[in-house]
Design a protein around this ligand. Sequence first.
Ligand code: NDP
Length: 801
Amino acid sequence: MPQVKEIFRTMDYGPAPEANQDVIAWLAAKKDGFGHFIGGEFVPSKDGAAFDVFNPATGAKLAQVAQGGKAEIDAAVESARKAFGPWSALPGDTRARYLYALARLLQKRERFFSVLETMDNGKPIRESRDIDIPLVVRHYYHHAGWAELIESEFPNHKPVGVCGQIIPWNFPLLMLAWKVAPALAAGNTVVLKPAEFTPLTALAFAELCREAGLPAGVVNIVTGDGRTGALITEHPGIDKVAFTGSTEVGRIIRKATAGSGKKLSLELGGKSPFIVFDDADLDSAVEGIVDAIWFNQGQVCCAGSRLLVHEAVAERMHAKLKARLETLRVGDPLDKATDMGAIVDAVQLDRIRSLVEQGRTEGAACWQPSIAVPEKGLFFPPTLMTNVAPAATIAQEEIFGPVLVSMTFRTPDEAVQLANNSRYGLAASIWSESINVALDCAARLKAGVVWVNSTNLFDAAAGFGGYRESGFGREGGREGLYEYLAPAWEKKAEEPAPARKVDFSVTPAAETPAVVSGVPRFDRTAKLYIGGKQTRPDGGYSYTLYAANGAAVGQAGLGNRKDIRNAVEAAGKATSWSGVAGHNRAQVLYYVAENLEARTDEFTHRIASLVDGNEDAAREEVAASVRRLAFYAAHADKYDGQVHSTRSRHVTLAMNEPWGTMAICCPDEAPLLAFVSLVAPAIAMGNRVVVVPSPAHALVATDFYQVLDTSDVPGGVVNIVTGDRESLAKTIADHDDISAFWYFGTAEGSKEVEQRSTGNLKATWVNYGRAVRWADAQQGQGREFLRRATQVKNIWVPYGE
Ligand code: NDP
């Protein structure tokens, strides 16, 4: 035992172990193994299958847990279905009381859950005690409030139903809270699978559900591995899947759920930039980096794993960082003075080692501090990789470990370019004393969460989720609740969309013109509309459109893969549309409405000739389209974001940002109104669109570009490619430069679109072949369209000294 005066001399830390007897006793009481929590009871697997769970810091076995199979998932889904009716019918304030009770119980057991989480996952007790579990508690309190407010704040919405939720091992109880709390608040029931490495806090939470008197079946927890997860995502009784984990498994789930009508939210991986400008407070930035990449051993989806530092301060920054790393303490996670604990599993440790090795092979310099790292258990030292090329594997791949890769930049433009040079887009951190530089950069980053002069800040009131291959959907805040709600009408709209058969057998575009009264008529084959110009289809072919009575009405261009490519390119270039003020976009949309109204007769005849000859109905459709344009013109500068109430002395800005390039396939019903109802909200929010109109009525859309031309819509904002919607939709779904795709067509087409859009994980909105009553303002217009035309970026700006 060292003497006090020696301690004063060396300033060494003494051991400060957190007591864990309660957890040991709890585990000992379950020595025969944990069952699944189904219908309010703990039940073993039917076939007796089970697996062991270990403490990664010591290698000691902690428990035996049941492996869920088909029988268990069937039973869990059935019990959740049975519970759904009564649970969703409860008044919001009664559901609120249950959530409040869970929050209280968790709060009372904070220490127990912190210790259990640390033993199961290997994370330092300092983090589970001060970050994970308090955030869990906050999440239940916050969502108890939402349960209370759901009816008044989300009118005309319904819970989705039975939710299948699959969570990872890095923040086990926190990820459970992010999924369960909003689901329950909105009136859903759940079947949740925790990660195979870390199921214990979920099972302890199941006990709390019983203690809180939660009705049986509202929460079901089935343990198991990836196969159990797959059984959930594929189960026909599941209405919504919420997943957090790797992008690879996210893709599998997107494919598995395609066409099923299951609502889906994906929170996937990241390679988040940590940008340090030359005017940043470097000492604060160093502390920020420690929290960004060495928090939870770097096993954080939003870890600031790519340091981008201004060239002028890079050397100083690296020197400060190295000095700081020499003071980090790696070791026993249960020791209160430990900064970095254990890696969750040997598989992950091997992955980290091999990626670091690959970095070295590709020419990076690897630096590690000379601090002690335990030889037993799964530990990896904090690591800094410099001399890294932007295209290097370690600069692009998620390492999911305590490894920082560092690169330099010279100008803010270069910083943004490097930051966005990633297939991911989960989070970013910006360090600068200039609010101008920081916010300009924040606006230009492709990331769902941006922290200014801070990092890894979370709160139940703010949405969290990614851009690009980091997934879609948000968790937390108002935006997170929409993932667990559906517009009331969406459930009712069960009638199939009318399908008009179209003959796409090609006819040469330059057909001999018909002769009318002895005079050859000018050929009026409609062209495509790309980049503000009328363009001949690449293939040079057209197809004939017929009236309902079978008479030929005219011809439209038969667009192909190359035309879609050109249209996407044109949309990609029209970026200034996304940058102009909402007011300017509103003016243009009002102008479109005005010009459409001026051509009412022409559009009335066109619609009537292509649909059913009913001129009155067609005239009403034109009038409704004008009104709809005005509706979205009005919204262009009003669908604004929010300042979330997160922490004191923080401004957390939830900004609605356009996707960028969107694609839209229009349905066959209400050809003009549906076209306008889909295009107007998309462009009102600042997107540029590639539109495929209803093939049977394409001439309505090609007439529309005369309206666009005369209304100051900049070239490239609306691009129209006519032709076979189903084959063009495939090309669109495959295209990686399209961020969101709204498809309104057939059931098979919807499935195909969802399946194919996994390449860049574009956000899709499809109708599964069901008709929408476009003339009904509840269905055909509203905030749902605006919400789907945008993605929310949360920017955190702390203030004060
Ligand atoms: P996974 O994506 O495999 O696991 C996440 C969850 O999905 C776990 O519960 C897992 O079960 C389950 N799962 C696995 N396969 C399927 C499937 N086919 N269908 C449904 N569910 C499935 O992540 P890993 O744990 O394997 O980690 C691998 C890498 O993923 C990490 O190195 C890291 O890069 C990344 N990752 C990212 C996370 C994030 O938050 N963004 C979190 C975790 C990992 P089980 O655990 O039982 O296998």
